[in-house]
Design a protein around this ligand. Structure first.
Ligand SMILES: [Zn+2]
Length: 185
């Protein structure tokens, strides 16, 4: 067995895409938007990394981009994994979270593998004890040249989820997410 020297360690690049921007703010309920609620959460996730993982928070200021522009900018960063973060919107009440995959993504199997690891980490928070997985045609996931999935964390249509993600939940989700990132590569 050949042991890799430190010089051979390849940095694993994760691009975090916060869906939506300052024009398309996503779901808006009682003057709160998906775009704003996710801002603090995603900023927290991209801190406190200890391992050899390079995490890039794509488009933090929320410049308005088409799906094609968004995908082209992400691909230029040559990611090993792309995670697009949204909130869901349903009548299913609070404590909703889901992973969305697209089977036309060029690395569908690898996408599922990483998604399953993220589920293991995020469900350590009892608030999101169940995370659904669905496969649909979400365009961005098909246009990026890397394993990719979407995380829908919380239900915009449930006041309790919006409150949770802006108080205690923000820290809990970001700690578990950061552990997932530090376990990659
Ligand atoms: Zn969204």
């Amino acid at each position: 067995m050949v042991k890799a020297s430190d010089d051979d360690v390849k940095t694993f690049t994760v691009v975090i895409d916060r869906g939506h921007d300052d024009v398309d703010r996503g779901a808006i309920v009682e003057d709160e938007s998906e775009f704003e609620i996710l801002y603090a959460l995603v900023a927290e996730i991209t801190g406190e990394l200890t391992s050899d993982v390079n995490v890039i928070y794509h488009n933090p200021t929320g410049v308005h981009l088409s799906i094609e522009e968004r995908a082209a900018q992400i691909n230029a960063l040559k990611p090993d994994l792309v995670i697009s973060i949204h909130m869901g919107f349903s009548n299913n009440g609070p404590r909703q979270a889901a992973i969305v995959l697209n089977d036309k993504n060029m690395e569908f199997a690898k996408s599922k593998e990483h998604a399953s690891s993220l589920i293991t980490h995020l469900t350590k928070d009892a608030y999101f004890s169940t995370i659904r997985t669905e496969v649909n045609g979400t365009a961005l996931l098909e246009k990026v040249n890397a394993p990719a999935f979407m995380l829908e964390i919380g239900n915009m249509n449930a006041a309790r989820d919006r409150y949770y993600l802006q108080t205690n939940g923000s820290k809990r989700v970001s700690i578990n997410f950061t552990t997932f990132l530090n376990d990659l590569n």
